[in-house]
Design a binder for this molecule. Structure first.
Ligand code: AGP
Length: 611
């Protein structure tokens, strides 16, 4: 899940590529590098963030109108200067950047070593590059032809972009599994892993498909398949503004995205939910409404925070639609031999739409005849394109590595789908349906109220920032919120945290409880509230420090808890969209106090495009 950028055209390539790499840095920040072609091939690369590379290039002659750039998330070979991309071929004439994993690289490497090749790095990328060059040399063919031959021998995922000293007016790229967008300008082309480096130059883009090659000149874009047949580029207009990918005065993207949630949830409901008319309109779901209503079960597939959204949706769909839901970790589901029968409904949930495990899991299920519905945030992403239908979450670009606004938007979309299906299936009575539509419609405003707790969360963060461990507990709809709260804290503060169903605690984790352990309870008023109170007493009995997310006037929790966070009351089905937000802020402020780079925490990347 590296970030790749390339440019060819009349502009200075270096500033375009450098800015693009900074926009994509959330995809990986172990090392960065650039290669420019002006007469000879120049390659500059450095371990660490893009800013480190920029520093080393001060004062250098960086003039060129063609170049490639890369920001890395290490898979093969530790973060270092020599493992940074771009890699150069043995002849020194080719340079290449790569996002993905070449699974059969070891056998190819041995083949090349037997031919006398010596490798400068530990990467699979350098192996692929020399493999391409070897074919070019042996077959005395053009680079494009050599690439086509080589890719037929490759196992794995890749986006690669090549620059060739002998062909200074052409970039060659290829894609399978990892994302590649090409921006079309006037006599110039921009290549990137997603649209964020392109949006300020053009809104006309082409999403390259699997097994496609792109041969790019300043004034020409040719797409071909591995069979050397020309493909017609499908040009899409980007529906995104530059401001959406700027910090807008906030110190971090994560804080901006947390505070965007009243608007992003509203954007998610807009044009779909009409609480006054009592309607939900979701054209991407309507086509398969029949199949969903008659499904014996729905399988939800996702990873990380999106998997937590699936867990909340399991409770909602079973409650409102009376359909059995199974929630699957995509990474397990793709390798387990799950029983899938024709017509099974699979819902894939993903912010980026590029998570490799989720993508392959649904490709496998689709091959067995399942119907794939996508709940995705990034328009035009791979999961959106593989899905038969679905709904975008319209949360706008999410740049902070820790998912926040995408999570609440996923909950809003999944709740609308469940309400629609439950009502149309006739298992959700009319009054309850209308009441829940009104509840959902009131969520954006209630989120604004929750965000007014911002300063209080700063105080709590200061109080608990030294804790070594945290426990997050919830029941029912709030159990997945406990998991999500724990994940946010782990990601952003590097403090060990675990989420549990509150009742499960007695079966082991309670052994962890002492006066040094903060225990966060998500204890909003719902059908589980009395039970949660007794769990709170069990913690207090063992001197645990209780932080409780509660509703106004909840005297029992106030009496038990060491600290409280008050959120507006809502139907238990909607409560996760409110109770999650203070947990996002708590993690954010503890991360800040621990001096963590909260937008780019260590070892993580925004979209996990390798398995
Ligand atoms: C969440 O904060 C993490 N960034 C991560 O767990 C993420 O949710 C997971 O990688 C799934 O990503 P997706 O929603 O883009 O598929």
């Amino acid at each position: 899940m590296c970030g790749i950028v390339a440019y060819i055209g009349p502009r200075e390539a270096y500033p375009v590529i450098l800015k693009g790499l900074k926009r994509l840095e959330y995809r990986g920040y172990d090392s960065a590098g650039i290669s420019l072609l002006n007469g000879g091939l120049k390659v500059y690369k450095k371990k660490g963030k893009v800013a480190m590379l920029e520093e080393t290039l001060q004062g250098k002659d960086l003039h060129a109108n063609i170049g490639i750039g890369h920001t890395r998330w290490a898979t093969h070979g530790e973060p270092s200067d020599r493992n940074a991309h771009p890699h150069t071929s043995a002849s020194g004439k080719l340079a290449m950047i790569h996002n993905g994993i070449i699974e059969n690289y070891a056998s190819l490497k041995q083949e090349l070593i037997n031919k006398g090749y010596v490798f400068q790095s530990d990467t699979d990328t350098e192996v692929l590059l020399n493999f391409i060059e070897e074919i070019k040399k042996k077959n005395k063919c053009a680079l494009e032809e050599a690439l086509r031959i080589a890719l037929k021998r490759i196992v794995g995922a890749y986006v690669i972009v090549l620059i060739d000293q002998d062909n200074p007016d052409t970039l060659i790229a290829a894609r399978k599994g990892s994302p590649l967008v090409i921006g079309i300008g006037k006599d110039e082309h921009f290549l990137a892993s997603d649209a964020s480096p392109i949006i300020e130059y053009t809104k006309e883009v082409v999403y390259v498909n699997d097994y496609e090659l792109a041969i790019i000149k300043a004034d020409e874009l040719i797409l071909k398949n591995l069979g050397n047949e020309r493909q017609t580029p499908f040009i899409t207009k980007l529906d995104m503004e530059l401001a959406a990918i700027e910090k807008g005065g906030y110190e971090h993207f994560m804080l901006k995205e947390i505070f965007e949630q009243p608007q992003t949830i509203y954007d998610c409901l807009r044009g779909r939910l009409d609480a006054n008319a009592g309607t939900i309109t979701m054209s991407g779901i309507e086509k398969y409404a029949e199949q969903i209503m008659n499904a014996n079960r729905i399988v939800m597939v996702a990873c990380g925070t999106s998997w937590h959204a699936a867990l909340v949706a399991e409770y909602i769909f079973e409650e409102l639609c009376r359909i059995n839901v199974e929630v699957e970790y995509a990474s397990e589901f793709r390798y387990r031999n799950p029983v899938i029968i024709k017509g099974d409904v699979i819902i894939a949930i993903s912010q980026s739409g590029e998570t490799a495990d989720t993508l392959v899991a649904i490709e496998n299920a689709k091959a067995k005849g399942a119907i794939i519905l996508g709940v995705v945030n990034v328009v035009g992403s791979s999961i959106a394109r593989v899905s038969d239908a679905g709904a975008y979450t319209h949360a706008g670009p999410e740049i902070g590595v820790a998912s926040t606004k995408a999570f609440t938007a996923q909950l809003a979309v999944l709740t609308m789908v469940a309400l629609k299906i439950g009502y149309e299936k006739g298992v959700l009575d009319h009054d309850r349906y209308l009441q829940l539509l009104k509840e959902l419609d009131s969520i954006p405003e209630k989120v604004t109220t929750v965000l007014q707790q911002n300063d209080h969360l700063k105080v709590l963060a200061e109080k608990y920032k030294e804790a070594r461990d945290f426990l997050y507990l919830g029941r029912g709809y709030n159990f997945p919120v406990a998991l999500e709260g724990a994940l946010k804290l782990k990601e952003i503060s590097y403090i060990h945290a675990e989420g549990y169903p509150a009742a499960e605690m007695k079966h082991g984790p309670i052994a962890l409880v002492d006066e040094n352990l903060p225990v966060v309870f998500i204890a909003t008023k719902d059908s589980y509230h009395e039970k949660v109170l007794s769990n709170m007493q069990e913690i207090k009995a063992r001197k645990g420090k209780v932080i409780a997310v509660i509703n106004e006037g909840d005297e029992q929790s106030i009496a038990l808890a060491d600290d409280i966070i008050v959120v507006p009351e809502a139907d238990e089905i909607m409560a996760p969209m409110l109770s999650t937000i203070p947990l996002q802020l708590l993690a954010y402020y503890i991360g800040i106090l621990k001096d963590v780079d909260v937008d780019k925490p260590r070892n993580l990347a925004k979209s996990v495009t390798v398995e």
